[in-house]
Design a protein around this ligand. Sequence first.
Ligand code: SF4
Length: 241
Amino acid sequence: MAQSSIEWTEMTWNPTTGCTKISAGCKFCYAEIMSKRLQAMGVEKYKDNFEVRTHEDSLRIPYTWKHSKVVFVNSMSDLFHKDIPLDFIKKVFVVMNENPQHVFQVLTKRAERLFEVHKELKWTHNIWMGVSVENEKVIKRIDYLSKTKAKVKFLSCEPLIGPLPKLNLKKIDWVIVGGESGHTPRPMNSDWVLDIQEQCKTNDVAFFFKQWGGKNKKANGRLLNGQTYDEMPETLLQESV
Ligand code: SF4
């Protein structure tokens, strides 16, 4: 587990590592870059670089945290990748089920597989399930997520690389929006952000504006219309067991 600089979470926990690219949002995958770096540093968990791997020994980690945490699960991977056996996904869910004092945020681009297996998983209140929606081409992911039994459902529209004028937010609790950062970031139009914010307002959905991104993300900051938007879904900790 590691402290996270990601604005909408506290910590990361990576029971699996590695992935393969699946859509336009993956172009400058942070996990891929970091895996390479960690491999070069000799970190055992990343000895196979960005190959998909499961880590049984990491399953014990959440039991050791003394205080309640908000945890991003698999910042270095995608839990619903086809190469991660369902049995292992189930083990990750059991850990989350047995630790209702923590919020676990799981984010995937493999919404179809999530839908395929969701009935085999126990969806306690502390599991927030999200899909990435970077442009209209992948909007179907929202339908798959909406049909699952997840108690808290969210969208990560980051990196937002196109307009999303028709989001189906009926079953969605939370939307995160952010622009791409790095050396050659694809631009995010402020109208796209304002439009998503408006849709969230209309549907009474929590809205979190993460960042503008760009080449100098620090300088560009995270103010929207002169203020920050850090709304979160209501947490229902410890109601799940
Ligand atoms: S799904 Fe996520 S972790 Fe996998 S390649 Fe794409 S951005 Fe990277």
